[in-house]
Ligand binder design. Structure first.
Ligand SMILES: [Zn+2]
Length: 128
């Protein structure tokens, strides 16, 4: 199955690619899937707050470093992408791909979220 671009109408885009071959526009992922140390996964289709309680099943013991809430996954319909936002009340900093999340940061597939530089690594996959 190919997909049609909402920006330019190009219809023969590769199912495996999030980017339109004709105009370069990215399409919006339907789901954001987190996987962690336990091997379990958690999928989100709407804007969702993440914290100690909700991440326990996928993150394992290192979830102790996460606050409630720790961060938020934001579905930005206007920009056509998913964003990661750190919760200002959280004790420890949120990192994405080794970079401090101090403003809303675009999520790309196979990004890695951590608490600080290395605790509680969660791999993020975008599904289209
Ligand atoms: Zn296009």
């Amino acid at each position: 199955m190919s997909w049609a671009c909402t920006n330019c109408g190009h219809e023969a885009n590769d199912k495996e690619s999030p980017q339109c071959l004709a105009c370069g526009e990215f399409r919006m992922a339907i789901r954001v899937v987190f996987s962690g140390a336990t091997g379990e996964t958690m999928a989100m289709q709407i804007t969702t707050q993440l914290g100690n309680a909700s991440l326990r099943r996928i993150a394992g013991d290192e979830v102790q470093y996460a606050s409630s809430p720790q961060c938020e996954i934001v579905k930005d319909e206007t920009a056509g992408c998913w964003l990661l936002r750190h919760a200002n009340s959280a004790t420890n900093p949120t990192f994405l791909n080794g970079k401090l999340v101090d403003e809303a940061t675009k999520i790309t597939t196979r990004s890695v979220l951590t608490i600080g530089l290395e605790k509680m690594p969660l791999t993020i996959t975008l599904e289209y």
